[in-house]
Design a protein. Structure first.
Length: 662
């Protein structure tokens, strides 16, 4: 694991799920048996039958107390949309600790077990079905019957509730199982195995029973929530690699110019002050950074979780605004939230933007001086993580006259030292498209390195907004070198929130390139138990329409084949993935503060393909807005490495052949 400023920074080639670093519920736990019954118990899986999906129950069980909260995404019912969800729950979940916010497709909120049972559950169509098909009075009687059970262990209590005095309505079995699972969640707290203490069992059942009885009194006329699932945490999953995929030859042969193509990098942040992104055209003027705009989507949650009306926003990144301006923004956002109105990107975008006003502005002297004469504004924030800058450098670095002071660089291994020496000798570092324009969309917190699915969804939706609100396409493609672990028990493969959003992005004409993930090798503490993993593609790589990229050696892919860490296909539902592979081992590229470094992972492979797609669009303008054709061309012209398709997809990216084929 790399270290930055004394703290570990997660990259996808060394990724673990931060949500799983704490206590994990044992698989012989009662909760697991209830959610995934053993065959001999002949139970029914309780994973996708209710709106509260399995990952939420398990996360609740891992908390230390009953008021511990889990961050969840609410998928709206198709009849009401996001606005209907907000109207249905906002009044009950408006505490600061709930941190309720929303984007175009989902509502995100932190909730405890009681809030799930009393607020979210009644808003679901499933709960309305239980109540209406069974009758609320019968359900109430059933809850009383559960509380009157004799002194039993959990196992015998389960058998008792499944067979004793079963009411006539079939939905009551769902209600019984819901009580069992919620009680098991409570009993699992602080224990590796739930206690069979009768008193604890009775207390847990009674708490659940009271919550569900309250839920019976709060059923709205129409359902607003379809499913509740975890807001998953995301993990961040050169010049010599250009030769491997023939990028250098392609540019020489076809003389491709990419200065009219713009690519969005959804990542940890791109250092716009880095000389690798400086414009070199004669008419650059004072707008000399090819990082056109920077937006920080980690701010969106706190921005929408505004204080009560009348209070001014206190976020430090709004300090340049006076109290009245911050109060006006807070009131406007609160009113939209309370009324369930769609997100207003035109209003929010200026607040999310990180202005390109530098403390030392050698790249933008005229513009910086002009801003400094007026009211002091926020200063540009150079990202602390090197991941996003490294990815952007692979796509479009053009570092001429490059010189790195090796005394300021922490050299990780001999390869770093060799690359730095070669860089200083050649005085140039180039990405695939040295003149491309970039949008920096930050979805990982610069201080903690944390990122989540909600921020990634918002970033993709914002890109679609930019393109739909302009007469000319602003952004042509998106690179996502980040991974979300796919929980097969909660979602169908390729139909998670992030995968659905990627499908919408592709349908809007965007080329979306995603890293396959670095979970192809399962490394345990005991070396002899290590093994390769099949069907290990992560999200959003499971999305059917995105270009999912695995990794191979940067110089000798035919010899070494697919990298050991690269995730492999097929997908969980049997679709062919990855789509192709590109260099992802020891890739040398720019990192923040005018430095360069070597990183590896499918994070590094994906931007090679983004660059190739950008070259195709620049050379053949009729392909703009046709991501399906771009994907087909890149896959059809890939070079077979002699490995099985589950590992290599269509093969190694070949940019020269792709350009020649059109």
């Amino acid at each position: 694991m790399k270290k930055q400023a004394g703290k570990p920074v997660r990259t996808d080639h060394q990724a673990t799920d931060p949500a799983k670093e704490g206590r994990v519920i044992a698989r012989d736990n009662w909760l697991y048996e209830l959610l995934y019954p053993l065959r001999e118990h002949r139970g029914r899986r309780f994973t996708q039958d209710t709106p509260i999906l399995a990952d939420v129950w398990l996360a609740l069980a891992e908390l230390s107390d009953s008021k511990g909260r889990v961050d969840v995404l609410l998928n709206p019912h198709n009849k009401v949309g996001v606005g209907g969800v907000l109207r249905g729950i906002h009044a009950k979940l408006s505490k600061p600790e709930n941190r309720i916010a929303y984007n175009e497709s989902h509502v995100v909120v932190k909730v405890d077990l009681e809030e799930i049972l009393t607020v979210l559950l009644p808003q679901s169509s499933w709960w309305q079905g239980v109540v209406r098909r069974g009758n609320a009075k019968d359900a109430d009687i059933l809850l009383d019957r559960l509380a009157s059970s004799p002194q039993l262990t959990f196992d015998s209590w389960r058998k008792y509730t499944e067979g004793h005095g079963r009411p006539a309505h079939p939905t009551d079995s769902d209600l019984i199982q819901l009580v069992q699972i919620a009680a098991a969640v409570l009993l699992s707290r602080n224990k590796g195995q739930p206690s069979e203490n009768t008193g604890e069992l009775v207390a847990a059942v009674d708490l659940v029973r009271r919550s569900l009885r309250q839920a019976l009194q709060n059923v709205p006329k129409e359902p607003t929530i379809w499913t509740v699932t975890r807001n998953r945490l995301a993990t961040l999953s050169l010049w010599r690699s250009r030769e491997t995929i023939k990028a250098d030859a392609a540019i020489l042969v076809f003389n491709v110019v990419c200065d009219q193509i713009c690519w969005a990098v959804i990542d940890s942040g791109v250092d716009a002050t880095h000389p690798a992104f400086k414009r070199h055209d004669a008419n650059a003027g004072d707008e000399t950074s090819r990082v056109v705009k920077t937006y920080d989507f980690t701010r969106l949650r706190s921005l929408l979780s505004t204080p009560a009306s009348g209070s001014a926003l206190a976020e430090p990144w709004l300090a340049h605004l006076d109290a009245e301006q911050r109060r006006s923004i807070a009131i406007t956002l609160r009113e939209r939230l309370q009324n369930g109105l769609q997100i207003d990107w035109d209003r929010i975008a200026p607040v999310l933007e990180v202005p390109h006003v530098f403390d030392e502005p050698p790249q933008q002297p005229a513009r910086a001086k002009k801003r400094q004469k007026g009211k002091a504004g926020p200063r540009y924030e150079i990202p602390t993580s090197e991941h996003g800058t490294h990815v952007a450098g692979i796509i479009g670095a053009d570092w001429r006259g490059a010189t790195v002071d090796t005394s300021k660089v922490v050299v990780k291994d001999i390869y770093d030292l060799m690359n730095l020496q070669q860089l200083n000798a050649s005085q140039i570092l180039r990405g695939i498209c040295p003149d491309i324009q970039l949008y920096d969309l930050r979805v990982f917190d610069s201080r903690t390195g944390a990122g989540d699915e909600f921020a990634m969804l918002a970033a993709l939706q914002f890109v679609r907004h930019l393109n739909s609100s302009r007469s000319k396409r602003v952004i042509h493609g998106v690179n996502i070198s980040a991974s979300l672990e796919h929980d097969v028990r909660s979602y169908a493969c390729g139909r998670t929130p992030i995968c659905d959003e990627c499908e919408r992005a592709v349908a809007s004409g965007l080329v979306v390139v995603a890293a396959a993930g670095n979970t192809g090798f399962d490394e345990h503490e005991v070396a002899f138990s290590s093994s390769y993993r099949q069907s290990s593609i992560t999200d959003p790589g499971n999305s059917d329409s995105v270009i999912t990229v695995g990794a191979t050696h940067r110089e000798m892919p035919h010899t070494y084949g697919v990298s050991y860490f690269s995730s492999r296909g097929p997908t969980g539902d049997g679709r062919a993935k990855p789509d192709l592979v590109a260099p992802g081992e020891r890739i040398f590229s720019a990192v923040p503060r005018q430095l360069a470094a070597t990183l590896d992972g499918t994070s590094m492979a994906a931007p090679h393909v983004s660059g190739a797609a950008a070259l195709l669009l620049a050379r053949h303008g009729e392909l703009i807005g046709q991501p399906g054709r771009v994907k087909k061309i890149l896959c059809d012209t890939a070079t077979d490495l002699g490995r099985v398709p589950q590992y290599q997809g269509s093969g190694l990216l070949d940019i020269l052949r792709a350009l020649e084929s059109v």
